[in-house]
Design a protein around this ligand. Structure first.
Ligand code: URA
Length: 459
């Protein structure tokens, strides 16, 4: 078998065999296939695609390129939740505690943020003492005891994906549906959960900018998960503006804690509840998603979700008093409002630019080695559809450096489009895909389909 022939086969739009896919993934991971040949192959996939069988084989080959976590020491049906990445997305903190409060094991391996999107591990490290580098034994023990643990990835999960992703990043081959689906799902399959709920973000702050592409990605990932014997749901949710109001590590943790206390922005709680519904229903703890939703809502009302979060924080070395008194969190030196240059309505927000503003402040990292400033970030005061007067605050910046504050301010002002009339409000949740079916779709999605403006994936 020769890599040259495999590249040529894909260039001429032919289907690859299982053996060919495993040959190229294994060969590249071991360093036997050079970057230039893999780059040519990735570009051929970008241009000519891969069908379902090829994508499944690619995913399996990447998943098996490193450790496959065995979660069997954890009792019960294990559930994992994964977001394709967004700005202000602190849902894991909220929903992890809510689901675990119902006695369902949430064994969460999370990543750090890179680029304009944040990572759960960075957010949790805003809590003094919180340790995400725990041993596998402690991770299993905490989940068995408390039903909830969040750890940074220690095992060598899907090393093929790490190498391939690094190449995609510099060869303009990130935005290919089969490559994104196989990248995400290889890591999910290697992390060992029985039920996987995928939050597929759509809009200006997401990888997938259109609803149609997002449904297509959700469907592809669900098929891969189901095909590998994992119950998988894909929830398509909005990322045309930051989720909730807080962007930045400490600010997001405070917003998540407030949500667990019953004080959540509507979009954040809706996102959390819909994802949580399928986590609970998928593990067989509720007869219907609606019943699951009611169970989850009770964990906020009776305080059990907040208590679960504090227990998890304490078990991992964090100071739980911060959960009950968020005024204790360290604050940034400068807190400054960004004022609207004119009167009107917020029509759109360039969400990736909001993420970049937080990055500029020091809240994220451009390179893996960058050190994060947990206290910085911003609070969004005006969201899409909101009326705004000239001179009213659009957002509040929390900064520790004046130059960075000015640079972030410039970026943020440009991210806002203010017009005379309000535009259509974005939905929170567009639909849920499982087993090749759209289980729930938003009214707006149905209307678009009915007018011939087809946005559903019929694959
Ligand atoms: N997230 C991933 O892990 N991989 C992709 O290709 C895109 C988003």
């Amino acid at each position: 078998m020769r890599m040259y022939d495999i590249i040529d086969k894909k260039r001429t739009k032919n289907k690859l065999t299982k053996e060919e896919i495993h040959f190229l993934v294994d060969g590249f991971t071991k360093g036997e296939i050079p970057d230039y040949q893999m780059s040519a192959f990735l570009m051929a996939v970008c241009l000519n695609g891969m069908d379902k069988e090829e994508t499944v084989e690619m995913t399996l080959a990447m998943a098996h390129s490193g450790d496959m976590l065995d979660l069997s020491p954890i009792r019960g049906v294990k559930v994992d939740k994964h977001s394709t990445g967004g700005v202000g997305d602190k849902t894991t903190l909220v929903i992890g505690a809510m689901v675990a409060a119902l006695g369902i094991p949430v064994a969460k391996m999370s990543g750090r943020g890179l680029g304009h999107t944040g990572g759960t591990i960075d957010k949790l490290e805003s809590i003094p003492g919180f340790n995400t580098s725990i041993s596998t034994e402690k991770f299993f023990d905490d989940v068995n005891r408390l039903k909830f643990a969040v750890a940074g990835q220690t095992a060598d999960l899907a090393p093929a994906d790490k190498k391939i992703y690094a190449l995609r990043d510099v060869t303009a081959t990130v935005s290919s549906l089969p490559l994104i689906a196989s990248s995400i799902m290889s890591k999910k399959l290697a992390s060992g959960a029985d039920v996987i709920v995928l939050d597929v973000k759509t809009g200006s702050g997401a990888f997938m900018k259109t609803i149609k592409d997002s449904f297509a990605l959700a469907s592809a990932m669900v098929e891969i998960g189901n095909g590998a014997g994992r119950k998988t749901y894909g929830v398509v949710t909005d990322m045309n503006q930051p989720l909730g109001r807080a962007v930045g590590n400490t600010l997001e943790v405070i917003e998540a804690i407030n949500a667990l206390k019953g004080d959540a922005p509507e979009d954040l709680m809706e996102d959390a509840l819909v994802l949580g519904q399928y986590m609970v229903y998928g593990t067989g703890h509720a007869k219907t998603p609606e019943e699951a939703r009611e169970m989850l809502e009770k964990t906020i009302e009776d305080g059990s979700a907040l208590k679960k979060f504090a227990e998890m924080v304490e078990a991992q070395g964090g100071d739980p008093s911060y959960i009950y008194d968020t005024d204790k969190f360290e604050k940034a030196a400068y807190v400054e409002e960004i004022l609207s240059p004119k009167e009107g309505f917020v029509r759109s927000i360039k969400t990736d630019d909001v993420g970049i503003a937080s990055l500029i402040l020091g809240g994220g990292r451009e390179k893996k080695e960058d050190v994060i400033d947990h206290a910085v970030g911003l609070i969004i005061e005006k969201k899409i559809g909101d009326p705004v007067k000239k001179g009213e605050p659009l957002a509040v910046i929390h900064a520790n450096d004046r130059d960075k504050l000015e640079a972030a301010k410039e970026r943020l002002i440009l991210a806002y489009e203010i017009g005379e009339k309000p535009d259509k409000l974005p939905m929170h949740v567009y639909g849920v895909v499982s087993d090749g079916k759209i289980l729930f779709e938003d009214q707006w999605v149905r209307e678009q389909a009915a007018t011939g403006n087809e946005i559903r994936f019929e694959g």
